[in-house]
Design a protein around this ligand. Structure first.
Ligand SMILES: O=C(CO)COP(=O)(O)O
Ligand SMILES: [Zn+2]
Length: 210
């Protein structure tokens, strides 16, 4: 991210875009960007449609609020992701409907919740483990994400929603949108006979690191 000013603008633009396309609702979801000496995070209990660049939560390297409104209750979860993924610069969490629906299904493989339906899903998301249910904002939820984040940049919180990190804000956004669309396709195709990508086709694609 070029400057803190640009990062503030980009977070608010993305939040509005995600909200207005129905990818999260009410005051759900949160976005963060890593800075050289801390993080910018969306404040708690604010609609992603109504973010103000000047009021974003500015956290120092210890996670302490230095300016702006109080941060998202998932700040520990975001920091858990960054802690395990030093190369990543942004994290997005949504309550996108189809991904949430998949997070509630009985009998899914908790090691990899969605099948390889399309190349873009494999390229942008890869594998998607299910994190057991813990209440929003609970430190144990952050610990559970930390346990998976070294190997996975995308995880699905059971009965809650997806969390995705990326090298940049646009990379994290592209991945979480691909995840939501694939969850929608998966639900659309339930009960149909389908041709998934084969193991060889999956291996031929370049999955994202982690
Ligand atoms: O999605 C959310 C909790 O999981 C929203 O919480 P915040 O309003 O604290 O960001
Ligand atoms: Zn949430």
């Amino acid at each position: 991210m070029r400057t803190e000013h640009a990062a503030r603008e980009a977070i608010c633009r993305l939040g509005q875009s995600l909200f207005r396309r129905g990818l999260t609702y009410g005051s759900s979801g949160n976005i963060s960007v890593r800075l050289d000496d801390g993080w910018l995070m969306t404040p708690t209990n604010v609609s992603l449609d109504e973010l103000d660049p000047a009021r974003l939560s500015r956290l120092d390297a210890d996670g302490q609020l230095v300016s702006g409104d109080p941060p998202t209750k998932e700040s520990f979860l975001h920091r858990a992701m960054y802690g395990e993924r030093p190369g990543d610069g942004a994290v997005v969490h949504l309550h996108s409907t189809h991904a949430v629906a998949v997070s509630v299904l009985e009998g899914v493989d908790p090691a990899d919740v969605l099948p390889p339906i399309t190349a873009y899903y494999v390229m942008r998301v890869g594998r998607l483990p299910l994190v057991p249910y813990y209440p929003p904002g609970d430190r144990t939820l952050a610990d559970a994400v930390a346990a998976l984040a070294g190997r996975h940049h995308a995880v699905l919180l059971a009965n809650h929603g997806p969390v995705v990190s990326g090298t940049s804000l646009s990379a994290a956004a592209a991945a979480i949108e691909e995840l939501e669309e694939t969850a929608r396709l998966h639900l659309l195709l339930r009960g149909e006979r389908v041709r998934l990508l084969t193991g060889a086709q999956v291996a031929a694609l370049r999955p994202p690191a982690g």
